[in-house]
Ligand binder design. Sequence first.
Ligand code: 5AD
Ligand code: SF4
Length: 470
Amino acid sequence: MSENKRNALPLVSDDEMQRQQAFAKKTKEIVCSRYPAPKALVRTFGCQQNVADAQRIKGMLAEMGYGFTDEETDADLILFNTCAVREHAEDRVIGNVGALKHFKRRRPDAIVALCGCMMQQQHVADRIRKSFSHVDLVFGTHVIHQLPELLYNTLTRQKRVFAIPDSDGVIAEGIPFVHDGGVRGWLPVMYGCNNFCTYCIVPYVRGRERSRTPEAIKADLKKMLSQGIKDITLLGQNVNSYAGGMTFAQLLRELNAVDGQFTLRFMTSHPKDCTEELLLAMRDCEKVERHLHLPVQCGSDRILKAMNRHYTKAQYLKLIEKARELMPDILFTSDIIVGFPGETYEDFKQTVSLIEQVRYQSLYTFIYSKRHGTPAENMPDPVTRKEKGEWMRELLEVQESIAEEICAQQVGKRFVALAEEPSKNEGMLYLRTLCNQVVEAPGSTALIGQFVNIEVTSGETWILKAKIID
Ligand code: 5AD
Ligand code: SF4
């Protein structure tokens, strides 16, 4: 029995991947005869998973003869990789797609394409079909690997191509990726989500959980290291339910053992699946970050239940305590939703009190956004947007003073940090510590890609100032 069948992986077959390769060759011929110097503009909205998808999309486009540009005026193909997680993200995409009408009028021979989570929703694809006739190609999240065939059809047929099959999702291995430079890289270990938090669209647009094999992940990691990437974030909607024949904690240990000096980060961890085994692996693995992104969403048990999160505030706090006991220097970050349907000011105050207890280094905060097709869509939501905005401001004030205190506590401490890129200030660099703190220090760009010792000289809310001491 083949490896794939034994693990029941929804792997795209080798035959299908070869068929796509053949399409890539044929598409390249057309692209290179149609445009003198074919260029694609790929714009990504949303999360790191989308960034990782875009790197593979670019890998396929490069095989089809495209170079890349950031300028609309140079582009023969414009592709937006979209996000559906909140209404604001969708509105931005719609505004940008509308603006492409002028581009298509000027360049009728160029291709306008849309993909990503937003397009996986049928009502959105229908709207594009009806109201945005300048869009030539729309494809969903489950057929990214078929881009060569889809682009071939778009270029050769006189009609628009829409490919949004319903699916639990697949795994397509062997797609080349284009790294955008820089020392950070994104490495998907699993796709999809089974959790169905009641506010969230992701399980509907990204399919069910499926894990890549440790071998495929390790091979990608080695390739990334050979390209000079030094800070690698393992990606999944819920990495703690990784099930590629070992647990996520075991996977971390395996990857930590790969030769070379690099940092391993991961996101996102769901508190309900965050085990002591994982915390112990973090403690033991010297390359794994001393930082845990552990989205709590809310501090009220009543609302956590309505969100379908499967933990209580007390259980969450216990987890934080355990992590601190094992790794006293660990820093935490989290995602917070303010104004979930039915949330009262008292519920909200529970969130504030949780934030005060945990003392996060930073927070990603969102006002609840109604998503079509989710259970929360139909829950009564009496609190006004204005009031939710006021709650948010209150929360951010509390968080800001906590972040300031955490930064101030770092002054005088020494860390190892990776020099990432030039800062916006002349002669300065941005670096990142194992705890995921961003640091600015004077230094030469020749240091970029190197791990250096630093001493923190002062702390602001978002950034530490330091000097390099070797
Ligand atoms: N409204 C607001 N925030 C949301 N998130 C996901 N869905 C929604 C929504 N409908 C937030 C959650 C999640 C993060 C990636 O986005 O906090 O952890
Ligand atoms: Fe959305 Fe919840 Fe899945 Fe995260 S765990 S992607 S919030 S459904």
